[in-house]
Write a protein of this length. Sequence first.
Length: 295
Amino acid sequence: MIRNFFAGILLLAATLCALAGSVLQWTNHTATSPESTQQLVQAIARDEAVKGAVTDLLRSSIEQRIPESVNQIPGLRTKLKETIGTGVSTAMSSPEVQSAWESTLNDSRETLLKDLTEYGSGRTRTPPSVKVNLDPLISRTWQAIRSNADPEISTYMDQFETPTGVQAKVADVPAQQADQASQILALASYWWLFHVAAGLLLIGGLLLGTRIGRWVLLAVFAAAGLGAVALIRGLGEFVTFPNSGNQLVWTIETQITRQLSSSLSSWLDPLWYGYLGLMIVGLVVAVAKGVRKPA
């Protein structure tokens, strides 16, 4: 009985190490792999809700630059707004602007990772902020509007100043969360150690357990691993953000959460099947030995 008790501890530790190793491996892959981050950026950039929020922000930023002098000509402000609205919607569908939008999001991701690394190493004491610089997007959109505008309207657009310094601040990362994020990023590079530990603990638990008890314990803790994976997959559905009034920020936060949750869920598929296989093996061997409970 005592042997099974300690074997259970080792198998529980193996289950947790395998789960932690997989999550850390996903974290490291998502943060450092160009392929995975590109997929995330593209998914967010091409989301219709995000594009709609960006379109509204771009249109508003450009419309604010309409000079008061246009009010002297009846109906001109309305025509300009219509031209800007149509131009922004058309530009957001063009490959050039779409590429600039994806590049902008990717730059924001790289900046955040760099800031978290510097904060974690102590090179800076200022917690990072998550910002999206929209200047490149506005510049390309404005060029597209000017090139497609009627000559009559284009003349008045010469009086516009191209909006600059337009940023969407997604969030200020609190110092405590920045500390935790930087520590997790540093720990994530050692994900493989958790898998090695899980393998060694699994072998140790099987060797330490009694002839029958080891297999029952294997099935029990493998089933617990299945439950843990299911729990992690379900947590993403309950993460929500309050709408702070900035539709773009709220939409980006929501889509990032959805995409990361979906990515992690897919990443954990091999681990889920691994737990399932171990549970089946444990049950089959235990039944084959004619035992219904640990010895």
